[in-house]
Ligand binder design. Structure first.
Ligand SMILES: CC(C)(COP(=O)(O)OP(=O)(O)OC[C@H]1O[C@@H](n2cnc3c(N)ncnc32)[C@H](O)[C@@H]1OP(=O)(O)O)[C@@H](O)C(=O)NCCC(=O)NCCS
Length: 153
């Protein structure tokens, strides 16, 4: 796996998700408080795996699933969602490593820029993204559910 700046960084082995990983990944996202009532995580995984423009990368430390990133593109920019490291395995460089794997996946898909969204209340994660080279960009995000639902928070 790629180098990390954490001296005692543990090795993270990264591969695309397989069917048997899905329940473990959903449980990890719940533990990391990344799930929302309006998103069915298993359905999100299935949709991301439907085409070749997206996948969920899974990071294993000694065989155990400890990190994830949903990565994909719409033909112009790359995006990541569900960036997560198991709370018991944080601070070991796994977040940096799974993001490097997502960046490499996007480079191979021909993308030159990665965008990501952070909820304003998630202040801790800002330091993480800044440590790995991301900069906040002054943009306003607009959204609309395409099935007619009211806007969710
Ligand atoms: C954010 C998250 C993925 C970081 O994972 P991690 O494995 O602990 O991160 P790493 O060990 O790879 O840290 C990489 C760098 O970020 C910094 N960093 C990570 N978490 C940090 C925090 N909470 N506060 C300050 N800096 C932090 C590290 O110090 C390190 O910096 P350095 O390389 O300059 O020393 C993890 O905390 C997480 O899963 N959080 C909950 C889910 C979440 O909020 N996901 C993002 C949604 S947008």
């Amino acid at each position: 796996m790629s180098e990390t700046s954490t001296e005692a960084a543990a090795e993270l082995s990264v591969a695309p998700i397989e069917d048997g990983d899905v329940p473990v990944v959903v449980a990890l996202w719940q533990r990391c408080e990344l799930t929302r009532p309006w998103n069915d995580p298993a359905a999100d995984i299935a949709l991301a795996r439907r085409g070749s423009n997206a996948t969920i990368l899974i990071g294993r430390d000694n065989g155990a699933i400890v990190a994830t990133a949903m990565v994909g593109h719409e033909g112009h920019r790359g995006w990541v969602y569900y960036v997560a490291v198991d709370p018991d395995h944080r601070g070991k460089g796994h977040g940096r490593a799974i993001m490097e794997a997502a960046e490499n996946w996007l480079r191979q898909a021909g993308m030159t820029k990665l965008h990501l969204l952070v909820r304003p209340e998630n202040t801790k994660v800002k330091a993480f993204y800044e440590s790995i080279g991301y900069e906040e960009q002054p943009r306003v995000m607009y959204a609309k559910w395409l099935d007619g639902r009211e806007t969710t928070p």
